[in-house]
Design a protein around this ligand. Structure first.
Ligand SMILES: Cc1ncc(COP(=O)(O)O)c(C=O)c1O
Length: 374
């Protein structure tokens, strides 16, 4: 079946009332059988499992073509769960351009537990290969990366990870399963901030891990999820599942608009550089074409005139809110350096754009008027 169909069939929950739209199960606790026991698939307590969470995890597994999914209270809680599988003395390889809080998690939180990390530009395979040590147990990829949209070759790096006995994890938040299925390219774990395209309406927080078949890893993650307790609420699971139903159409429409906007911006004299994977000028265009079916709806631009010009453009745009986050139906723009803090390697002239569902002609017209001010 095609992904549009799977998005609907995997988010259907048949309850005893035969409701077509799944209900939300808010109950934190569930009754035992008369003899005081539970059957294997029974619900017991909300932190352990819940009908809305189970449905969402089933859907994520189907969409990412995986073995099992684990959902969390936020994307970062899902990243944290992966790091919790490590031991003191382990080493992690991270992208030098990545969601900044993933870097903070490694360099400021897990460092205190004796886990070391190295940041490299993963666009060049040799940088990854050279960073591997006998202690490397995790290679973290974010491709396209946030915010510079660098590409890493998933299948080649997954092979390197396997040889090193390390996990290969891909943050697939920007590409979404509509355009990229890292598990099919050899990754061990796919991570998502479901806050973004899965929810799609900027009104929930959630995270997920989907894994290839590996019972030892599944058991570890199950324990971290259920005993660690950073689980999503039933309502957030319900919202994410509802978002999934329209995600393929939303992502496809947003990607088509992003492509038009990227092409327009690439020709404008006020713009120095456009980072968008399917522009032939992109430094890793070949990798993008090899592993992605579409380029996604995120892009970033480096503007002439540095920070001052970037801020002016962000403030003169009328259809793009100057706000953080991404993946919603409304277009957003953000000066990333000013939120990323000390770990940032982002140019001061960079603006990150999340393209929403407004008409692309209106979005381009808005940029035309805003760019007149610089
Ligand atoms: C690529 C990427 N990964 C992870 C996260 C973190 O997700 P959350 O905000 O749901 O914790 C974000 C958030 O912006 C992100 O863009």
């Amino acid at each position: 079946m095609k992904i549009e169909t799977l998005a609907i069939t995997s988010t259907t929950l048949h309850d005893e009332k035969r409701a077509v739209i799944p209900p939300i199960y808010l109950s934190t606790t569930f009754e035992r059988k008369e003899d005081g026991t539970f059957d294997k698939d029974d619900y017991i307590y909300n932190r352990l499992d819940n009908p809305n969470r189970r449905m969402l995890e089933k859907s994520l597994t189907v969409l990412e073509k995986g073995y099992q999914a684990f959902t969390f209270a936020s994307g970062l809680a899902a990243v944290n769960a992966v790091f919790q599988t490590l031991r003191t003395g382990d080493h992690v390889i991270l992208p030098d351009d990545a969601y900044y809080a993933v870097i903070l998690l490694a360099e400021e939180l897990f460092k205190d537990f004796g886990i070391t990390s190295t940041r490299v530009n993963q666009a060049q395979i040799e940088n990854v290969a050279n960073a591997i040590t006998p202690q490397t147990r995790l290679i973290w990829l974010e491709t396209p990366s946030n915010p510079q949209l660098r590409m890493a070759d998933i299948s080649v790096i997954a092979k390197l990870a396997k040889q090193a006995n390390a996990l290969c994890v891909v943050d697939n938040t920007w590409a979404t399963p509509i355009w990229q299925n890292p598990l099919r390219l050899g990754a061990d774990i796919v991570m998502h901030s479901t806050t973004k395209y899965f929810g799609g309406h900027s009104d929930l927080l959630g995270g997920a891990l989907v894994i290839n078949k590996n019972e030892i890893l599944a058991e570890k993650l199950r324990k971290i999820q259920k005993v660690g307790g950073a689980v999503p609420s039933p309502f957030d699971c319900w919202l994410a599942a509802r978002g999934i139903r329209t995600m393929p159409l939303r992502v496809k429409a947003q990607t088509a608009s992003a492509t038009k906007l990227a092409k327009f911006l690439a020709t404008h004299s006020a713009i120095e550089l456009v980072h968008y994977p399917f522009l032939p000028s992109h430094a890793q265009y070949e990798i993008a074409k090899k592993q992605m079916k579409g380029a996604g709806a995120m892009l970033s631009i480096e503007v002439n005139g540095g920070r001052e010009a970037a801020m002016k453009i962000a403030n003169k745009l009328k259809l793009f809110a100057h706000a953080t986050s991404l993946g919603g139906v409304e277009s957003l723009i953000e000066h990333r350096k000013s939120i990323e803090g000390a770990v940032s390697q982002t140019p001061d002239s960079l603006l990150r754009i999340s393209v929403g569902l407004e008409h692309p002609a209106d979005l381009i017209a808005d940029f035309k008027q805003a760019l007149k001010y610089v």
